[in-house]
Design a protein around this ligand. Structure first.
Ligand SMILES: Nc1ncnc2c1ncn2[C@@H]1O[C@H](COP(=O)(O)OP(=O)(O)OP(=O)(O)O)[C@@H](O)[C@H]1O
Ligand SMILES: [Mg+2]
Length: 284
């Protein structure tokens, strides 16, 4: 197998890279891909904190130190994908050799449909390694001018290290459509998705679950789900946004499904039907 490798990167820190990486991984797993998420934030590895992860025999830092094989560091999460988490001890940082990441990516590429590499902030040599080896880099930014300026630098850097930018995910959006922003348009990158500001993101972190699994019907959960499918070049099978919105793509299908069961509240039925469809995809 030769799977696709995505890097998730930003210029400014704290804009939602890890949230994006985790939720894209979960959405792609829902779309029946085998997915592994690599926590390549060498200084501040934190995927293990936002997800309830089973311990593996080794950490990414062990692998990058040459003390373990890539597949020894693979752990699984209940929401249906695998993760390679980083070590969190301060001495781990000095042990890791970023140049070994390519070998890790190659090993994972041959085992998984999709490898997603979450990166740390800043523009040091270490942080640019994944951008050069990934097939596609997904940029993440808020709409803040400072964040967008740094995104432009990161976009240029990806090209300089021989990588390729797939597009931009604009996070923590409230108010008007991001397409209306001159600053976003000036970046001249494809807008892959726009994720609303949503307090459920923090709730899902506390629960140790990806938002798309924890609250699939939340605004950000829905947007992340759409983003995951978009990156795979597919449309989500069914919209969670039922209500009475005829304009929703899944509305017609939802209506067909709700016709069969009288007296069941449409929203819960939809969730159940969708969960059933997706949950059984090739897994039983
Ligand atoms: N759509 C959203 N709505 C509300 N809060 C969000 C949203 N996306 C992210 N956050 C919050 O913003 C904070 C930073 O998110 P996250 O850790 O994903 O960013 P990051 O880019 O990975 O940060 P770092 O550069 O430190 O690795 C977290 O507390 C998260 O809960
Ligand atoms: Mg992060």
């Amino acid at each position: 197998m030769s799977g696709r490798v995505f890097a998730v990167a930003s210029g400014k820190g704290g804009v939602g890279k890890t949230t994006t990486a985790v939720n894209v991984a979960a959405a792609m797993a829902e779309a029946d891909r085998s997915v592994v998420l690599v926590d390549y934030d060498l200084g501040m590895a934190n995927v293990g904190q936002v997800l309830d992860v089973e311990a593996a025999d080794a950490t990414l830092h062990d692998v990058l130190a040459g003390d373990a094989k890539p597949l020894d560091a693979v752990a699984s999460v209940p929401s249906g994908f695998d993760v390679v988490v980083g070590g969190t001890a301060i001495e781990d940082f000095g042990r890791a050799d970023p140049s070994k990441l390519r070998g890790v990516a190659d090993a994972l590429r041959s085992e998984y449909d999709v490898t997603i590499v979450d990166t740390g902030g800043g523009l040091s040599h270490d942080t640019t390694v994944p951008l050069g080896l990934a097939d596609e880099t997904v940029l993440v930014s808020t709409r803040q001018a400072a964040a967008l300026e740094n995104t432009a630098k990161t976009r240029d850097l990806v090209e300089r290290v021989g990588g390729s930018v797939t597009g931009l995910v604009v996070t923590r959006v409230s108010g008007s459509d991001v397409a209306d922003d001159d600053e976003v348009a000036a970046l001249d990158v494809k807008i892959l998705g726009s994720i609303p500001e949503d307090s459920t993101v923090a709730d899902s972190e506390r629960a140790g679950e990806p938002l798309v699994a924890f609250a699939p019907e939340s605004p950000a959960g829905q947007s992340y789900r759409e983003l995951g499918y978009e990156l795979l070049g597919e449309s989500p099978p069914l919209s969670f946004r039922d209500g009475d919105g005829d304009a929703e793509p899944g509305a017609a299908m939802a209506e067909m499904m709700t016709e069969d069961v009288e007296g069941t509240e449409s929203r819960s039925l939809l969730s159940r039907v969708t969960g059933g469809l997706l949950g059984s995809n090739g897994k039983d």
